[in-house]
Design a protein around this ligand. Sequence first.
Ligand code: OGA
Ligand code: NI
Length: 351
Amino acid sequence: MAAGDSLPAKTAQQMAIDGDQPSSKYIFKNTKFGPLETTPPFAPVPIIDIGRFFSSSEQDNQQTELAKLRSALTNWGCFQAVNHGLSDSYLDNLRQVIKQFFDIPLDEKRKYFRETGSVEGYGNDMIYSENQVQDWCDRLFLRLLPEDQRKLRFWPQKPSNFRETINDYTMKIKSISVVIFEAMAKSLNLEENCFSKHFTEEQDVLQGRFILYPPCPTPDQVLGLKAHSDRSGITLLLQDPGVEGLQVLNDGKWYMVPVIRDAIFVNLGDQMQIMSNGIFKSPVHRVVTNKGKGRMSVAMFTEPDPSKEIGPVDVLVDNKRPRVYKTVKNYAVFNHECFQKGIIALDAVKI
Ligand code: OGA
Ligand code: NI
């Protein structure tokens, strides 16, 4: 399968340090998602106080927030979550620890390089074809849950608190995501656990992608991360305070996602679009680079138990809203197979 896959001789970070110009492999090619614009308008993505979803005591306040959530997910497929319970200093420490990993010399980081044909570990995007445009970023991709499937050989031992910090963040994100799944269900007047039950059992999956976007000398020609939708249930993204870069596509137009200090940007993935029978959106998004500034982000992806079938939840299918998607198992593998055939997975599960 990944016949042409390879690890970079030089990471994007190293090229930036050495002052290299991005080679032709990195140059953006126009796609159906439109041209590369570095300064589109800001996305008016709603800010949602998810603190109100934690306690059942404030029913009235919850209703307002649930209505905002529903509108955000129907129109944009994403929102900014504030009041999530993680303090500024907690998140600063997390970002610091990850930055410290990226700051260790390349030769030492090579120990954690992913293997060709596989995404887990440190390195670049997997290379599927010769004319694939490369992303101007380096990432460390780790399977965080279920715990017994962790591959510790890819987990940095430097800085020395890396593993414990990531483990702690994993558990916190896990509980926040359950609250969000329940709120999404309530916003559609469904049983509270109708989404979360697919994500809270023992075999559910949480993955983490820690991404460094080094400064780029030609941001108008090179993307940090190419346009995609996530395959997840939901993705919880921590941005770098003060450095924009994430863009989201809405109605054919690109928008820049504002950076709100210590907000967690939540976007839905394809599996939530399927489960909500297309009511909620899994938005296409991408990352642009900056000339003077690097950026780091922490993306946590929830996924249901791969052995379970997922499909539109029954109560969202009726005469007025016929079933839009078939059921699918192990969407990660399905998505990967579609990608290699050049098909969009979400289109392939459409009825
Ligand atoms: C991703 C992603 C956005 C970012 O990893 O899927 O969209 O800002 N990341 O790094
Ligand atoms: Ni993404």
